[in-house]
Design a binder for this molecule. Sequence first.
Ligand code: MN
Length: 227
Amino acid sequence: MPDYAITPPPPPTIPVRGGGAFPVRRVYCIGRNYAAHAIEMGHDPDREPPFFFQKNPDNLDPSGTFPYPAKSEDVHHEVELLVALGTGGRDIAVADALSHVWGYGICLDMTRRDLQGTAKKMGRPWEIGKAFERSAPVGPLHPVAGTGPLAEGRIELRVNGAVTQAGDLNQMIWKVPEMIAYLSEYFELAAGDVIMSGTPSGVGPVARGDVMAASIEGLGTLDVTVT
Ligand code: MN
């Protein structure tokens, strides 16, 4: 072991359903990947090339609580399918991409929408709106061995019992294998990388005390309380 100058931080992990922990290396997030959400955000849903931003691995939070972050008056929920990679590489073919998937989970891409909006207008990076502390509540990972590839199925978010977001995984503009292949042209993917695969329409604000119930067919439900 190297002679660390400071105590190394604990490696970020996502719990695995049935036991164990999945160590996370990088977090890639796709923008505008469901047509109805692209429209609600003021964009044309035609198949423009995909674009990605990143969150920090330690933004992932399996605790089931989401502390309302500082410096925002407009924090939005985005329910998403998380795809975890067990292997990686460069220039992965679409046809081979699913062989790199280790498992799937439910996650929330919590967003300081007001700060993201300002960043967009000024042509600035999105981290201030997207990559803050505990900005990615996440449920347990389900190994693909048990789920099979998830290409369709209802994805939904309820806030205090009322449905706010609803869609189907088959409505993704860029499918999971296409996202993996595309990312691998620009980055070297590796075991431990995770992809947040975009959100269906119906994003909206949360308030302290709200209970978010995120569900994806085959993966159960993730309950997160805003504190
Ligand atoms: Mn998102």
